[in-house]
Design a binder for this molecule. Structure first.
Ligand code: FES
Length: 904
């Protein structure tokens, strides 16, 4: 029997050995406290071992000699004896910190500006009160760089720990910061001595968050030391669902940082971390408004809500409840969405309820439901490090889902194969092993080619197809008949490139798929999603870690809005509203009548407003005039209504057309839950009170429900969540208290015991067997009709700095970083049109025209132009079409036939 010691001794106390990677990690975990001081270490970064402040004495075994090692990067071993506080290590640490301080601003130890200074804390912990050495002057005279919108660089405070450089590399993958020079001359620099604000920095703030001395700091950071509380909440920008720690003083937000124990693991993008000043911007709506004599005029809440009630009653009397509709908000909480659909369904009496999922990921929900039985992402972003191949289709995550984008970048840099299928050469496409730069509108052609080559190469997972799927044999026979030459011609791709992608994908052990709006916002969006599902099924990339079909949801709570029933055909929990037993179920649960007639989707609501069958529309936190396609049609719809109610935080383009405007609140002023793109339900906690004159959106809805006859207490997110859990089966075990105790949130389905689900479809699909579908490519009607007259294809997408129509980000310093929408034009097209970067050009389509600045770039291919839709000055949707996805009516934003004309 072995007498090998199993434990590890920390200062003579034995602890069980575990899988910790280093002495420091083991000690922190075993003691539950950080007793070893560190300077160059950050738990979010790889061990570096530069400063040696973390030195400890160790013996490999009882009889071995003691030696001094840096604990942060020395592996732990069973039987090891660690001495964390011996006289020799205490002396060593003190000497090191003294030397560091000898070349640091003289006022460091008494400096009060920066209460987040780790260096001060370390100096105190090792007992340094004064410095015995002569002051060095190598760093202390460095000039401050104040050129960045959100960060300050004061390298006089830099101690060359390289944490900022490593954060830039290892967290964001941007490589903007680097260490230059040698010895005393060594220093941090940005892109070879560019000003910080002019550099390639993407403003994620990872460097400022890790800096132990504020050599790089947030512009807001120094204020945070004054905070009287910090509130943990969930970001309201994209579907990643980053957690935020909001520092608050006197009911004002001072700064935001990213907590470590969260899905975003201490990281955010510039929107989550810095772009929060919109919440108390002077443009905020602070009074209800009613249109009187053509002018929106302030009024009381009672007057506004009574007016709506009166209009609803007369419209219901004259035209029935189906002449009224509501568009809910994927920006707002689950509880608010639940209550909004309840108001429209149970009190107004119609299924005319929809949300912006219609214009983004409704094809994902519908397509994946057909294939798997559940229209939600199958895996988690935590799986990315387990993937040895990632395929990104029609998505630009480093701009639109930046924290996930950074994880994909890191995994690609770690050696995983990266495939990008996108008409634009995105940041990920530039670093990809394979970039299929297809012609817009040919996703189905390319995915069919990939499937064809997988079959041809014999790389099918026959066991998975046989055991877990249905329709596989028929599908394989159909795909074998594909005319790959024709598809190559249609997509503009080389067959061999597509074949290489097919073989790489099907040969990978773990292939993880991500897709975005470049898949869904097409006339064949739903079909494309089904083909993506085929790919995962035919190669067995489902139901285990590091694989799956993972839609990147656009809005922060678009998953939640659909889960809560903000769709005409589905009530809360995706129950079919046309089924009698479902109607009875809701009636029984809620004690209220449930509508039985089919509801309208958003485009059908607009059509109804134009043809006169829809009389009233309540739009909750969506700016449809700016964001929905074919602006002329949308405006005509708004003008055709007898009553347009807009619940908003700013006077949006849609609010300007309203009869009643209700001032709601931002995520910083309200509580509830958001559900991110991985089905992760997370708490939103109010950091500040609602701005005077506003009400939380949930409270507005509750007050309107009272006017409509349902007496109930004030809005309370925890109470509404209880009701949601009683109605939505996959929320069964979700409680407010349970979420508060779960820093990572809970991924639905959550069972009665509160246990969540990281991976869907393990062992069996929700629908039983996964179902294969075959679909032929079909040209978009937009091109069939208009390509001769309008020979360019316009495609739209987002930039990192702005969010959607930029209602929020335009009211922050992000406008200093990105100021306008531009048209990207290939150099050959630019030459043909006599255009150079900076010129003005007009994009003209069958619906209208817009004029923008030109950027000549080979990021787009000849014949393709690309722009963003962030600025209302441009209103790019003046040119987009009314073509929609065949199944879900999701607009085809990604294909617009245009001509490009030099503007005079
Ligand atoms: Fe371990 Fe710096 S913290 S060497």
């Amino acid at each position: 029997m072995s007498d090998q010691p199993k434990g590890v001794f920390i200062d003579d106390v034995e602890f069980p050995f575990d899988d910790s990677s280093s002495i420091l990690a083991f000690t922190d975990k075993a003691l539950g406290d950080k007793i070893i001081p560190t300077l160059c270490n950050d738990d979010n970064l790889n061990p570096y071992g530069a400063c040696r402040v973390c030195s400890v004495e160790v013996q490999q075994s009882e009889d071995a000699p003691k030696r001094t090692v840096a604990s942060c990067h020395t592996p732990i071993a069973p039987g090891m004896r660690i001495y964390t506080n011996s006289e020799s290590v205490k002396k060593l640490r003190k000497n090191i910190v003294e030397l560091v301080l000898s070349d640091h601003p003289p006022d460091c130890l008494t400096c009060e500006v920066n209460g987040n200074c780790e260096l001060q804390d370390v100096a105190a912990s090792v007992g340094v009160r004064q410095i015995r050495y002569a002051k060095g002057d190598n760093h202390c005279d460095r000039e401050k760089d104040l050129s960045h919108a959100y960060m300050r660089m004061d390298l006089s405070k830099c101690i060359n720990c390289s944490r900022c450089v490593r954060a830039c590399d290892e967290v964001q993958g941007q490589f903007t910061l680097t260490m230059t020079g040698r010895g005393f001359e060594s220093r941090i620099t940005t892109d070879n001595d560019m000003l910080f604000g002019d550099s390639s920095c993407v403003s994620c703030g990872a460097c400022a968050q890790t800096c132990p001395t504020s050599a790089i700091s947030d512009v807001f950071q120094s204020k945070s030391v004054e905070a009287d509380k910090t509130v943990r909440t969930t970001c309201s920008y994209c579907g990643v669902g980053c957690n935020l720690e909001v520092a608050v003083k006197n009911d004002e937000v001072l700064s935001i940082r990213a907590p470590q124990d969260a899905v975003n693991a201490g990281h955010t993008c510039l929107k989550g971390r810095y772009a929060f000043k919109f919440y108390n911007h002077e443009d905020r709506l602070t009074s209800p408004l009613i249109r009187k004599d053509g002018v929106l005029t302030p009024c009381s809440w009672d007057e506004a809500l009574d007016f709506i009630k009166g209009k609803f009653e007369s419209i219901k009397q004259d035209h029935g409840p189906d002449a009224i509709a509501g568009i809910s908000s994927a920006r707002c909480t689950n509880e608010e969405n639940y209550m909004f659909q309840k108001m429209i369904r149970q009190l107004v009496g119609t299924n005319n309820i929809d949300c912006c999922a219609r214009v983004c990921h409704s094809p994902t929900a519908w397509g994946m439901q057909q294939s798997f039985g559940t229209g939600a992402g199958t895996n988690s972003t935590a799986d990315i490090p387990l993937a040895d191949l990632m395929i990104v289709i029609g998505a630009n995550p480093t701009a639109a889902h930046p924290v996930t984008g950074a994880k994909i970048k890191q995994q690609a840099m770690s050696g995983a194969t990266l495939i990008v299928i996108d008409p634009v050469r995105t940041e990920l496409a530039r670093m990809a092993d394979h970039h299929l730069q297809l012609k817009p509108g040919t996703n189905v052609a390319v995915l069919n080619m990939i499937q064809y080559y997988i079959v041809e190469a014999g790389l099918l997972d026959h066991e998975f197809i046989k055991e877990r799927c249905e329709g596989g044999e028929d599908f394989i026979e159909q795909i074998k008949e594909l005319d790959v030459d024709a598809m190559a011609e249609i997509s503009g791709l080389d067959k061999e490139d597509v074949k290489a992608v097919a073989i790489a994908y099907a040969s990978a052990n773990n292939a993880m798929e991500f897709h975005g709006l470049g898949v869904t916002e097409h006339s064949q969006g739903t079909k494309t999603v089904m083909l993506i599902s085929n790919l995962a099924m035919m190669t067995g990339n489902l139901g285990r870690p590091g694989v799956g079909v993972n839609p990147l949801r656009g809005q922060n709570n678009v998953q939640g809005a659909a889960d809560m029933g903000c769709q005409p055909h589905h009530g809360p929990g995706y129950l079919w509203m046309d089924q009698k037993d479902v109607q009875d179920f809701y009636e029984d649960k809620l004690g209220l009548p449930t509508p039985t007639t089919p509801g309208r989707k958003i485009p059908e609501m607009f059509d109804g407003a134009v043809d006169g069958s829809l009389k009233a529309l309540w739009i909750f936190a969506e700016d449809v005039v700016q964001t929905d396609p074919n602006t002329h049609h949308v405006v005509k719809a708004m003008q055709g209504l007898d009553l347009l109610v807009v619940q908003e935080i700013f006077m949006s383009e849609t609010a300007k057309m309203a009869d009643v405007v209700l001032p709601g609140t931002t995520f910083l002023e309200k509580s509830g839950t958001f559900t991110n793109t991985e089905r992760r339900i997370q708490q939103v906690n109010a950091a500040v009170k609602p701005l005077p004159g506003t009400k939380t959106d949930g409270q507005i809805i509750v007050e309107m429900m009272r006017k409509l006859g349902l007496d109930q207490p004030d809005f309370d997110a925890a109470e509404v969540l209880k009701e949601v859990a009683s109605v939505v089966s996959f929320f069964e075990g979700v409680t407010w208290e349970g979420l508060a105790a779960s820093p990572m949130g809970l991924q639905w389905p959550v069972n009665k015991k509160g246990e969540d689900t990281q991976i869907l479809h393990i062992g069996e699909f929700k629908r039983g067997k996964g179902k294969f579908h075959y679909h032929d490519w079909k040209e978009s009607e937009e091109l069939t009709k208009h390509k001769n007259e309008y020979p360019f294809i316009l495609t739209t997408s987002r930039e990192l700095q702005h969010y959607n129509c930029a209602t929020m980000t335009r009211r922050t310093s992000n406008v200093q970083i990105l100021t306008k929408d531009v048209i990207m034009l290939n150099p050959r097209d630019a030459k043909a049109k006599d255009l150079i970067s900076g010129d003005r050009a007009t994009l003209k389509s069958d619906r209208g025209q817009v004029t923008l600045d030109v950027e000549v770039t080979d990021r787009v291919k000849k014949g393709v132009v690309r722009t963003t839709f962030h600025f209302p000055e441009v209103l790019i949707n003046e040119v987009t079409s009314g073509v929609t996805d065949e199944e879900t009516k999701c607009p085809e934003y990604k294909i617009v036939a245009v001509d490009v004309l030099k503007a005079s």
